[in-house]
Design a protein around this ligand. Structure first.
Ligand SMILES: [Zn+2]
Ligand SMILES: [Zn+2]
Length: 265
């Protein structure tokens, strides 16, 4: 079994809690320690048994709470050297720290975590596939382009957490300065709804159980639009479609090792 929650998702803070039953890891923490704890409590969880915090890249919405969390809980922080260099000393002392190389597979408690390079305007951005007990969770947020590598790594996941950041029409009319709009839309920016859906279309398979759209812009997108577009791709596939929220934590979603089969009659 593997359970996961988007404790927070969007440009104001990201944190994903993943639980194997006995151990937990956190991917990124853009929240204050107080907010992180309160969101975990809100969904009936805690940070007990947390055995690792993994960092995708150095942008504030992913790391602002990483330093304080490390000092409060002394849980190892896993981060690539270039990302740590880009952060240091902004978030203070991190101890213990475990460096890994982009592309490396990490074994943390019961979790096998495959890191892979993504295209984003950061020093050494990575994303992860997290596996335990036959359950496979694939994450892809903060990327401007779903490269061949990204598509390959995310194959066969039971749950997909995919960025659906902006609607191209809405961002064109947004009050953002042109340079920011250009950055978001570039190959090193963020995925649009259509980008997410073409990635999803390639990754659909019969054991897919959850699709969670994340990092949805509050200014340049609408939940309704994200849902309608992804539903058109999923059609009558039984996977649950969810949209992560900036303001509230999601419930814990449970991945079963394989899709439930109809019991023999
Ligand atoms: Zn971000
Ligand atoms: Zn970013």
């Amino acid at each position: 079994m593997l359970r996961f929650s988007l404790l927070s998702s969007g440009s104001a803070g990201n944190a994903i809690l993943i639980d194997s039953g006995d151990h937990k890891i956190l991917i990124d923490n853009g929240l204050s320690y107080k907010e992180l704890l309160s969101r975990a409590t809100e969904i009936g969880e805690s940070l007990d048994n947390l055995i690792g915090v993994l960092v995708t890249h150095e942008h504030g919405d992913h790391v602002n709470g990483v330093g304080v969390l490390s000092r409060k809980q002394s849980v190892p922080t896993y981060i690539t050297r270039p990302t740590f260099k880009a952060l240091h000393p902004r978030i203070g002392k991190i101890d213990p720290i475990e460096h890994f190389d982009s592309g490396e597979t990490l074994f943390i408690g019961p979790f096998k975590i495959t890191s892979f390079r993504i295209s984003h305007d950061a020093m050494d951005p990575v994303s992860f596939v997290v596996e335990t007990q036959g359950c496979r969770l694939g994450l892809a947020t903060d990327l401007g382009k779903a490269t061949h590598l990204v598509r390959e790594r995310l194959e066969g996941c039971h749950a997909l957490v995919l960025e659906s950041n902006y609607c191209p029409l809405m961002i064109r009319n947004s009050p953002y300065p042109p340079a920011i709009i250009q950055r978001i839309r570039s190959n090193q920016g963020h995925l649009s709804n259509a980008d997410m859906n073409s990635l999803l279309a390639e990754l659909i398979h019969e054991n897919l159980q959850w699709v969670v759209a994340v990092h949805v812009s509050q200014e340049n997108n609408s939940e309704d639009l994200v849902r309608r577009m992804a539903q058109q791709v999923l059609k009558d596939h039984p996977a649950q479609l969810l949209i992560a929220d900036q303001e509230r934590p999601s419930p814990m979603y449970t991945i079963q090792p394989q899709a439930l089969e109809a019991s023999p009659t």
